[in-house]
Every structure is written in C-alpha cells, then in structure tokens.
Design a protein around this ligand. Structure first.
Ligand SMILES: *Cc1c(COP(=O)(O)O)cnc(C)c1O
Length: 379
C-alpha cells in the first residue's frame, strides 16, 4: 500500500495562521526600524508552506526573501510578484548560474569558486547580476574567510562588479551575553569598512531582537516569524503561528500493573484510560517525547487539559493518559499536539531539541489548512 495522493483529513491537521505570520513580520519590522526586514523562508518556510507563507509576508510588506536552495527560490519566485528579491543562502551550486539568472535568484556567494563562477556568468552576459557576499566572522560554516576579503575585493574590482549586499551570520545570537556576539560584530564592521557603501546584513531573529547595533541595512529573521522562541532566556513575544491536532482513534482501559507501548517501558499504577492518538514519529512527533517509568515525556491537550503521553511514541500513534479527564474523549475528537498550551518550544524542550527542528519536522501525513486571524501586534 502506498500513501494516498490526497490527504483525506483523517490524519493530523496542521493549521497555519497567516494573520499571525503577518503580525510577527510587522512587529519585527518595527523593532528593526531603519533596516529592511527580510523573511527567511527556507525549509518550506519552517514547515508552514513556502508559497503560502511567502505570500503572507509579501502582503505584510516584505520584499526580500531568503531561501536555502535554488529549488526553494524557484518556489518563492513562482508564488510572488516580480518586485520580490530572493537570496539563496546556500550560495551558488556548481553549474547552476544559468538557473539563478533565469529565475532571478541572488546567491549569497560564500567561497572563491562561487565568486569566480558568478563573475564569469556576469562577463558572459555583460551584466552585473545581483548577488550577496557572505563573510564568515566566526561561525566557521558558509562564507569567505576574513583573510580572503582583499582577494574578493580585487576580483570584483577587476571586472567593476558591485555586490548587492555583504552579510555574515552570528553563531551565538540566542545567548545575548555571549562574548562571541561582540567579536563577530567587530569583525563584521571591519569587513564593512572594506566594502563601503554596500548594504550590510548580520542578524537572524535573535540578533535583531537583542541588539540594535546588529541591524545595519537588512535583517533576516526566520524562527521568530513562525512564532518560535529565538532567545531562550527571555519571554517569547511572538504570536503563535502553528496549531497541530491529531485524532483520537480509541480509548483503551489499562489495568494496574499493565504496561503501554513498545518495550513495555511504562507501567500503570492505577486502572487507567489511555487515549490512542493517531500521530507518531513518522509525523514529526519525536520518539524522544516518549514517557517511561523513570522518565516523564511530553503532554498533549485533550478537552483543554494537558494529558501526559504514556510509554513509547510509535511510528503512527501515541498513548495518552486521559484517566483524570472529567469526560472521556470520543473517538474522532482531536487532541491538540502543538498550540498555545503546549507550544513548539515546550515540545522541543522535552525532546532535547529546538523549536526549529520541531517545526521543520512537521510534514508527512497532515492536512495543512490556512486561517487568517486578526489580532493585536505583539513584540
Ligand atoms: C536560517 C538563517 C537565518 C534565520 O535564522 P533564525 O534564527 O531562524 O532567525 C538568518 N541567516 C542565515 C544565514 C540563516 O541560515
């Protein structure tokens, strides 16, 4: 049996609030007044749907979009009006310059070979094709090394090329007091002085929310747009965007002394009622959210009440203790897996990961639906 081509609605239901997305973008745009506010839409817009979410940001006012790959860039290009500008964070893939040119994608050039290939494409077309220069100020991931700045400068001056933007990425912005933030900011300033009059961009969500000095001409928020917590040590001011629900398949009576799920890892200490809910690790409900006798897992919300997961998370289902609910839930009723009560970050904390991973794992067998709430701006 293969998966059905069209979800019928019997699986989980992922609701994305486009109104919240727009308010989050506008709130961050206000915080970074003076800089342009981009929208990072990589990884299917953090699991929310790249076309729908990009459109929402555009409607909110965004004109600069950051995707990771050219495929994502093409999806954004197809979804948005012509006056949107799309950067490809992963840079230029070898041999892909014609694709970028055709789709009007701007690579964040991160290495000398990438720059060589792009300048070659510019010369071949006698056109200064727009691109960003990505400098590595200490994360040691993508980006030119700082001692390559002079070479980069020489290469672009030789052909009279002016980049659209210079950028760098912070390694520790989620820890505002981290020493590395100051080091990277200083190193980025030194790069900027070598490329005067070129717009500059340094900040992800946390960078823009924690220090005005990081804003420069463009900010690049991702996680905060999607309601995620960018700075763990602070209250999260963003509006929640994603609600995930899954259906209760049946309610099972489990007697004292019996165990629930694979491995028989959790034994019931009273006669219990266990709701079997149709969501599992194949749906991004991580196995690390499991419960055992010696380890408390996560909770999901049934009838408005957080109820603990019991035993191991299976591929397609979980057990949830509903013994204490005043009213037994009926099969077909929905359990809220992620929402306002148990947030993306609550799940992430229990699973030992981050909200980014929770959000970007929400694919698979859901029906995705879009709503547009109205509400006050947050942040
Ligand atoms: C993912 C990414 C961002 C956005 O980061 P958030 O922490 O989600 O705000 C910004 N810049 C670069 C280079 C990225 O890779």
């Amino acid at each position: 049996m293969s998966a059905p081509a069209v979800a019928t609605g019997y699986g989980g239901r992922l609701t994305v609030d486009l109104g919240a997305l727009k308010r989050n973008w506008q709130a961050l745009d206000k915080v970074s007044r003076g800089a342009l506010t981009g929208a990072v839409v990589k990884a299917d817009a953090y699991g929310t749907g790249i076309a729908q979410s990009s459109k929402a940001f555009y409607e909110a006012g965004a004109r600069f979009f950051f995707a990771a790959t050219p495929d994502e860039g093409i999806a954004v290009r197809a979804a948005l009006p012509d006056d949107s500008h799309i950067f490809i964070l992963n840079g230029l893939y070898p041999g892909s310059a014609p694709l970028y040119v055709g789709e009007r994608l701007m690579p964040c050039l991160a290495s000398i070979p990438m720059l060589e290939e792009w300048l070659k494409a510019c010369l071949a077309r006698s056109q200064a094709l727009p691109a960003a220069l990505h400098f590595d100020t200490g994360i040691n991931r993508l980006g030119f090394r700082l001692n390559e700045a002079a070479t980069v400068k020489r290469m672009i001056e030789q052909v009279g090329y002016a980049p659209q933007m210079i950028m760098s990425h912070l390694a520790c912005a989620d820890v505002p007091q981290h020493e590395k933030n100051r080091t990277q900011l200083a190193l980025f300033a030194s790069v900027m002085s070598q490329f005067p009059n070129v717009p500059a961009s340094l900040s992800n969500s946390a960078g823009l929310m924690t220090n005005r000095d990081n804003h420069f001409q463009m900010v690049r928020p991702g996680i905060a747009l999607y309601g995620g917590r960018a700075v763990p040590s602070r209250r999260n001011p963003m509006a929640p965007v994603v609600t995930l629900e899954a259906p209760i398949l049946m309610v099972k009576e489990v007697k004292t002394g019996e165990a629930v799920g694979y491995g028989a890892l959790q034994t019931m200490h009273r006669d219990s009622r266990i709701a079997i809910v149709g969501i599992g690790y194949a749906d991004g409900f991580f196995r690390s959210l499991s419960s055992a006798d010696n380890h408390r897992g996560t909770s999901v919300v049934i009838g408005g009440v957080p109820c603990p997961v019991v035993g191991r998370v299976s591929m397609d289902m979980i057990g949830v203790d509903v013994t204490d609910l005043p009213q037994l839930p009926a099969p077909g009723a929905m359990a809220e897996i992620i929402g306002r009560t148990v947030t993306v970050d609550d799940h992430a904390d229990v699973a030992g990961t981050i909200g980014y991973e929770v959000l970007t794992s929400l694919k698979g067998r859901y029906v995705r639906q879009y709503v547009e709430s109205v509400g006050p701006a947050t942040a």
